[in-house]
Design a protein around this ligand. Structure first.
Ligand code: ATP
Ligand code: MG
Ligand code: MG
Ligand code: MG
Length: 576
């Protein structure tokens, strides 16, 4: 590629609404352009990286025996009604009608469509196992689209669905996908961790997330540095902020003992009757500073009963309950969570749930699930999701770190992560409701055992940048860099020797399959260097007349502070 023919358009400043570094750098480098909240064009530069991610995923999925197909973006309501998800998906699923007033949804995921395909096309156990995947646009009307491609509304996902004849075989498919994901993220070159995860809105009972380690991550991972234990915080024993006993009127302890409280205990603690309908959560703190601002350990507390307003609750039962305890104001909640108390999205709580007696609270999501499981199902609590501010994690860290890990092999630590992949064992959850069966060896119909496996293709770019950047710009892992090598000729317009050598090197590298760009824009070195450092190309070769006279060119790796001089006739070999 020649820069003069390519579309390069870099910005000195990121738009003011860009929040995190990857979003700022992708916009400045000209990789994406915003069309609406959470909706982006992938510009030629950005698309090059996206295609490289897709190629790695495709190669590894194919290697694992999965088959690519694509399923429709616009999906008929009837299929979603069969599983009940038409009603339970809530506002995250974008719905539309055609000219005949028929209902459709833009696919947020594709379990329904793929199960429909399987029930029509897989008749016999002899056709199993099968794993279908697509690399396709998804639409999720996220409550809070942000961070550029990391939480878009329109984004690209690789989603795969496995079909097996038995639980055991499905376990093999799951293990194969787990191993495939490991290969994919290793090849991409990210620092990541596979963690146990909640099964949330999709259901099933085995699930792992692949989390890229980054301070801006919206999830919190609790792990043990001395063992394999790692969990997204919603599963972690450690998130037991509410799991403690306290007598009515007694102050909340700062370090609760995990695993002991029941909903009855909590109801007693809060002085609310059992079967209280919990409509929302309130951010509260057990400490205030001189100005009355929250300080110390911040707790998220359930609150607000169905028949009481937030204010009533605030001023009645709970106020006098704990010394120095105050509820966050609506403005604070808005600031922290970007929503009103009546609809606290961070935990995905969209419907009121009830506290019921005698249910042991194993972790926060249990507590919230308390009663009405049917109501609750699919609303998808995920405590790890959308953690609003770094200090909240810092607060959790204070409570969690140093506690013994559940496997007894060390103590717990906490770090933030970006969920880039997710593997689920689904069992017969979808095949049963959609009556998707095959004939087994004994001639009897059986429901498929299924698994589903997602990767956030576009999110990976953001995650990679969060992990790899400096003050000058992006530092791409080579495998997904838009270009691997840039050649910067100094004096392109003036020097025939420079043009000849630059061209020769460019051709030599291209012949070897190196993804190289020749910067033939005839720009000053400062302009070229600033652009390519912002864009994050891993290797740069500078060719100038003075160096050529000595038979050398300058090489600089994007992570290196120093330029090194290399003999002209060795540079191609050096880059290969
Ligand atoms: P999150 O917890 O971040 O909302 P999710 O658990 O809802 O993600 P899954 O249903 O597991 O997402 O989808 C599979 C993958 O798709 C995720 O692991 C993530 O990498 C990606 N993904 C999900 N939502 C988005 C989004 N809004 N923008 C970009 N990528 C996304
Ligand atoms: Mg989500
Ligand atoms: Mg998630
Ligand atoms: Mg997920």
């Amino acid at each position: 590629m020649r820069a003069s023919q390519f579309h390069l358009f870099t910005l000195k400043e990121a738009p003011s609404d860009a929040e995190v570094v990857s979003q700022k750098l992708m916009l400045r480098a000209g990789m994406i352009r915003k069309a609406a909240a959470g909706i982006y064009s992938y510009m030629p530069l950005g698309l090059r990286s996206i295609r490289k991610v897709e190629t790695i995923i495709r190669e590894e999925m194919d290697r694992a025996g999965a088959m690519e197909l694509t399923m429709p973006l616009v999906q008929p309501a009837e299929l979603w009604q069969e599983t009940g998800r038409w009603d339970t998906m809530g506002p995250e699923m974008l719905r539309l009608q055609d000219r005949h007033d028929r209902d459709f949804a833009l696919q947020p995921t594709s379990e329904e469509v793929v199960t429909d395909i399987a029930r029509q096309e897989i008749k016999s156990y002899r056709q199993l196992p099968k794993n279908f995947y697509q690399i396709q646009t998804k639409f999720r009307d996220e409550r809070r689209p942000r961070f550029g491609v990391m939480r878009g509304r329109e984004f690209t996902m690789k989603d795969a669905y496995s079909f097996d004849r038995s639980k055991e075989a499905a376990g093999h498919s799951y293990a194969l996908m787990f191993a495939t994901y490991t290969r994919i993220f290793d090849r991409i070159g990210l620092d990541y961790r596979a963690v146990a995860a909640d099964t949330g809105a999709i259901g099933g009972d085995r699930s792992h997330e692949f989390q890229v380690i980054a301070d801006t991550g919206e999830d919190a991972i609790v792990y043990c540095p001395d063992s394999d234990y790692a969990a997204n915080i919603e599963l972690a024993e450690a998130v037991s902020l509410l799991e403690h006993r306290a007598e009515p009127g007694q102050a909340l302890e700062k370090t609760p003992t995990p695993g002991s409280a029941t909903c009855a205990d909590v109801a007693a603690l809060l002085q609310v009757p059992l079967a209280t309908t919990v409509k929302s959560l309130v951010l509260a703190t057990d400490d205030v500073d001189a100005k009355g601002e929250p300080a110390g350990v911040t707790l998220w507390l359930l609150l607000v009963r169905g028949d009481h307003s937030l204010n009533e609750i605030k001023t009645s039962k709970l106020d006098g309950l704990k010394t120095g305890f105050r509820f966050a104001t609506e403005a604070e909640i808005d600031e922290h969570f970007g929503c009103k108390p009546g609809y606290l999205g961070p935990i995905g709580l969209q419907k009121p749930v009830k506290l019921i007696a005698d249910r042991t609270v194993a972790h926060m999501s249990d507590f919230i699930c308390g009663a009405n499981d049917a109501d609750f199902h699919f609303t998808g609590v995920n405590w790890g999701r959308d953690l609003p501010e770094p200090d909240v994690v810092a607060d959790i860290r204070n409570v969690v770190e140093g506690n013994p890990s559940p496997d007894g092999k060390g103590t717990l630590a906490i770090q933030r992560g970006i969920e880039v992949g997710h593997v689920f064992y689904l069992g017969d959850k979808y095949s049963k409701v959609m009556n998707a069966t095959f004939l087994d060896e004994d001639g009897k119909p059986k429901h498929f055992e299924m698994g589903c496996y997602g990767i956030g293709v576009t999110r990976i770019l953001g995650a990679a940048i969060e992990q790899n950047h400096d003050a000058r710009g992006i530092i791409w892992p080579t495998a997904i860099a838009p270009f691997e090598v840039v050649i910067c000729p100094v004096g392109w317009g003036k020097s025939q020797a420079v043009r000849d050598e630059a061209q020769k090197l460019y051709e030599a590298l291209r012949a070897q399959g190196v993804d190289v760009i020749l910067d033939d824009r005839d720009e000053r070195p400062g302009v070229m260097f600033a652009d390519w450092e912002l864009i994050g190309v891993p290797h740069r070769v500078t060719i100038g007349e003075r160096g050529l006279k000595e038979g050398v060119v300058e090489y600089q790796g994007r992570r290196e502070a120093e330029v090194s001089k290399l003999a002209l006739d060795t540079i191609a070999a050096h880059l290969l």
